[in-house]
Design a protein around this ligand. Structure first.
Ligand code: NAG
Length: 373
């Protein structure tokens, strides 16, 4: 049964591929699109690989590296230039890509673009052209791994069809525009490793299709809005290495599909919400290097399943909770550099941990540390 439906799927897929191939071969490049592409190309320099060497002749819809057209309209729909990929052009060159120059506003004339990927060229500088928000058909905007600066366009919310926004690993500054929360179909948001400051948009919750929100390694300040806890498709939330303060909203403990939560290296204070530790599905929790205090809630359950649990470098007090022994699985655990005290509970989850996991506390004892007096 499963095998049959798989075969049908494969068959359909081949039919789709065949028809797509046929009609794109008949698409002919619009001259505005061709002009825009050539202007875009002229503001970039690619000294090593020659990705643009195929951009010759009139028909940008055929055999122009990284360019694809909509077979119906003949307009450029995809521009996909990745400096790190399995693409033969890069493997032949035997090196990853490097480009200098800027992203020309000419790109904004490609007004049928649905995918714009200019990724991992390392040295493309300048700002994101503000006119990019006029590309109303954009679904994927991926500019990861360049050296773009300036701020995100304030009216980025006009890109109402975006599902993927990835600007990670650049030098973007300024705050997250409030208009971003108008992109209600957004599924992947990655702004990690920039210099973004200011608070999280208060109505972040509007992004209710979001499954990954990666905002780590920026300078985001203010508190974590409690409403994030009601984003019930969010599976990965990374706010690590920012300047967040206030307490961890208890609502984060009741998120239905949250599987990884990185809040490490912030200024978060207060206690650890108990629900976070007993929650089913949360496999990675890093709260290291904050100023969390109080006891570690004795709230692990048989549904707790942590491949990694890092509570190190806080101000946690009291004992190592006994319910940890009831957890279904605890892989890596780090409770070091706190003010914990008392006997470490003995049991199978701790058989494989080493002393470093409990080091630098006030008065912990027993395996894997030295025995209690
Ligand atoms: C947790 O975060 C800290 C600080 O940002 C980092 O040093 C540590 O490696 C992380 N823990 C794990 C298990 O990845």
């Amino acid at each position: 049964m499963a095998a049959t439906s798989l075969h049908i799927c494969l068959l359909l897929f081949h039919v789709l591929l065949a028809t797509a191939g046929k009609s794109s071969a008949t698409a002919v490049c619009s001259s505005t699109d061709r002009g825009a592409l050539l202007e875009f190309r002229s503001s970039l320099s690619d000294p090593y690989i020659g990705v643009f060497s195929s951009w010759t002749g009139d028909d940008c819809c055929n055999n122009w590296f990284g360019v694809a057209c909509d077979p119906e309209t003949g307009r450029v729909s995809d521009l996909n230039l990745r400096g790190e990929s399995e693409d033969p052009i890069l493997t032949r060159a035997g090196r990853s890509g490097l480009m200098t120059g800027r992203i020309s506003p000419a790109i904004c004339s490609l007004d049928h673009l649905s995918t714009l990927i200019i990724a991992d060229w390392k040295q493309i500088t300048g700002s994101i052209p503000s006119c990019i928000t006029s590309l109303s058909a954009l679904r994927i905007l991926d500019l990861v791994g360049n050296r773009l600066s300036g701020s995100l366009p304030h009216d980025i919310g006009k890109l109402s069809h975006l599902t993927v926004l990835n600007i990670a690993d650049n030098q973007i500054s300024g705050s997250i525009p409030n208009s971003l929360t108008q992109i209600t179909g957004l599924m992947h948001l990655n702004l990690a490793n920039n210099q973004i400051s200011g608070a999280l948009p208060y109505n972040f919750l509007n992004l209710n299709m979001l499954s990954r929100a990666l905002l780590g390694r920026n300078q985001i300040s203010g508190e974590i809005p409690a409403s994030i806890g009601f984003m019930n498709r969010l599976s990965d939330l990374d706010l690590a290495e920012n300047r967040l303060s206030g307490s961890i909203p208890a609502s984060l403990g009741s998120m239905s599909v949250l599987s990884s939560l990185y809040l490490d290296s912030n200024h978060l204070s207060g206690g650890i919400p108990a629900m976070l530790l007993g929650s089913k599905g949360l496999g990675i929790l890093n709260l290291s290097r904050n100023v969390l205090e109080g006891k570690i809630p004795d709230a692990f359950t048989s549904r707790s399943y942590f491949t990694s649990l890092d509570l190190s470098f806080n101000k946690l007090q009291g004992e190592v909770p006994k319910t940890l022994l009831t957890a279904e699985y605890i892989g890596h655990i780090d409770l070091s550099h706190n003010h914990l005290c008392g006997r470490i509970p003995a049991g199978s989850p701790f058989d494989h941990v080493d002393a470093a996991s409990f080091a630098n506390n006030d008065c912990l004892c027993s395996w894997p540390l030295k025995s209690c007096q």
